[in-house]
Ligand binder design. Structure first.
Ligand code: ADP
Ligand code: MG
Length: 471
């Protein structure tokens, strides 16, 4: 049987067929099967398929076929990040085989002069991020006038408020545009509306069911307070197998840095990836991650968006994302091309609503589980557990402190006065007091609780050891 039977049915250019063959691809993915014939006809496309389903080639193959070695920019692909631009350019370059098209990446953070020089030497296809493409166009190093094909990868991102004005600017410079292709893992309604500004009669290729967007991996949620997320992370890390790779998501650059530092302090090697890290270094990190040299990478959504690293077995939502789509993008980093994967989301009390929203939006179950046991090969936790009063406090911020003295031992008022006297905390920091024959429960404000316990531990109340503790 012909190994490229699916692809060869289409009678693609021979360079491309050979390239596909040498990539070892045997048949088109679903989105490719649907989108490539439409793309080859020159029609506009809005294509949606889950992460890891081969969308790059879905627009890349028709695009490569239509371009010729002319030294004039005929196609522009826009991506939300530099890393993605590099990745898409590499994929397209490997798909063109020996066709010889000049594919140039254009993104910020690297030497403008060098990019400009390459552009002036003649380029057929530009893959870039909007900011630098605009810059290059304004400086006349890039001429968008003769561009015929325009693609947006991760289109949901490209058309959201952050990028939309830039994308529109670029679009309007392409006076001779013939074909527009938008691809993304999700197309929320407002993005579809925005897409209408670019094209009126696009063919929509949508996955039937939202369910299929979600990669088939094991998803877990862990109820855990902020203070002990690291401890839980240490547990999960202790259970990694040889060859496993982990991508940890945090919501801010600062949090990425903090996490890397904390992990390192616990002798766990981790690399941070976010927008403030120099471009060259980011690429190097990615390369090493892809090669399996790095085991744990901590990243923000922007830095990790669309990244194609096949070996990722674990995705951790150290912080739950702020929107439901990011969740799917994140967990889509694992379980690629049908491989196994798992995701763990840390859920604080405040996050419960968001987690439920994520689960209902994508119609999936995220079972809540306990923090996994420590790998028996470890004699202690990689990261120590801490007292987390925030998690046991009520809505007023009060924590119930248990003292081993019953109502016969002392009245509520005596105990209250004694605590205030011993600790000098303001009376406001003490809430309700409840007593039975054995115990007294004193509500203490979360900000004072550690201190109060510390003080009372070393004091005796009328010769009684109160053994202060929180249950
Ligand atoms: P997406 O953009 O949908 O997330 P990518 O285009 O990044 O997916 O493709 C994911 C991975 O699958 C890449 O490593 C790509 O080379 C590979 N791939 C794409 N199409 C095929 C195919 N038909 N057969 C095998 N692998 C493929
Ligand atoms: Mg992609």
């Amino acid at each position: 049987m012909n190994p490229v039977s699916g692809f060869s049915l289409w009678d693609l250019e021979s360079d491309i067929i050979s390239a596909i063959e040498s990539k070892g691809w045997t048949k088109p993915t679903e989105i490719q099967l649907e989108a490539i014939p439409i793309g080859r006809k020159g029609l506009d496309i809005v294509g949606q398929a889950k992460t890891g389903s081969g969308k790059t080639a879905a627009f890349g193959i028709p695009l490569l076929e239509k371009c010729s070695k002319s030294g004039n920019v005929q196609a522009v692909v826009l991506c939300p990040t530099r890393e993605l631009a590099v990745q898409v350019a590499e994929e397209m370059d490997s798909l063109q085989g020996k066709k010889g098209l000049e594919i140039q990446t254009v993104y910020g953070g690297v030497d403008l002069e060098k990019q400009a020089k390459k552009l002036s030497q003649g380029v057929d296809i530009v893959v870039g991020t909007p900011g630098r493409v605009i810059d290059m166009t304004k400086r006349k190093f890039l001429n968008l006038e003769n561009v015929e094909i325009f693609c947006l990868d991760e289109a949901d991102r490209m058309l959201d408020m952050g990028f939309f004005p830039d994308v529109l600017w670029i679009f309007e410079k392409m006076e001779n545009r013939k074909q527009t292709m938008l691809f993304s893992a999700t197309f929320p309604q407002e993005i579809l509306d925005a897409a209408d500004e670019f094209m009126s009669e696009a063919v929509h290729i949508m996955s039937e069911d939202l369910d299929v967007e979600v990669p088939e991996i094991n998803q877990y949620g862990i109820m855990i307070g902020r203070m002990n997320k690291l401890w839980a992370l240490g547990r999960i890390i202790s259970n990694l197998n040889e060859g496993d790779q982990m991508l940890i998501f945090a919501n801010t650059k600062r949090m990425v840095d903090i996490l890397v530092e904390r992990l390192e302090r616990s002798k766990i090697k981790a690399i941070g990836l976010h927008g403030d890290i120099a471009q060259g270094k980011r690429e190097k990190i990615l390369g090493l991650f892809r090669d399996g040299e790095y085991r744990i990478v901590v990243a923000t959504d922007v830095a990790a968006r669309g990244l194609d690293v096949d070996g990722i077995t674990h995705v951790i939502n150290y912080d739950l994302p702020d929107d439901t789509e990011s969740y799917v993008h994140r967990i889509g980093r694992t379980g690629r091309m049908g491989k196994k994967g798992e995701s763990w989301s840390f859920v604080t009390k405040e996050d419960v609503t968001m987690l439920n929203k994520i689960a209902s939006t994508w119609n999936m179950e995220i079972p809540m589980v306990e923090v996994p046991n420590l790998n028996p090969n470890f004699d202690r936790d990689p990261i120590k557990k801490r007292e987390d009063w925030g998690e046991v406090s009520d809505v007023f911020g009060m924590v119930k402190l248990n003292l081993q003295v019953g109502e016969k031992g002392a009245s509520k008022k005596t105990i209250c006065d004694w605590i205030i006297n011993m600790t000098k905390i303001p009376e406001l920091a003490i809430g309700e007091i409840i007593q039975d024959s054995e115990n007294t429960i004193v509500e203490v404000h979360v900000e004072k609780i550690s201190y109060v316990i510390g003080v009372l531990k070393n004091k005796k109340f009328k010769d009684i050891d109160l053994r202060p503790n929180v249950e």
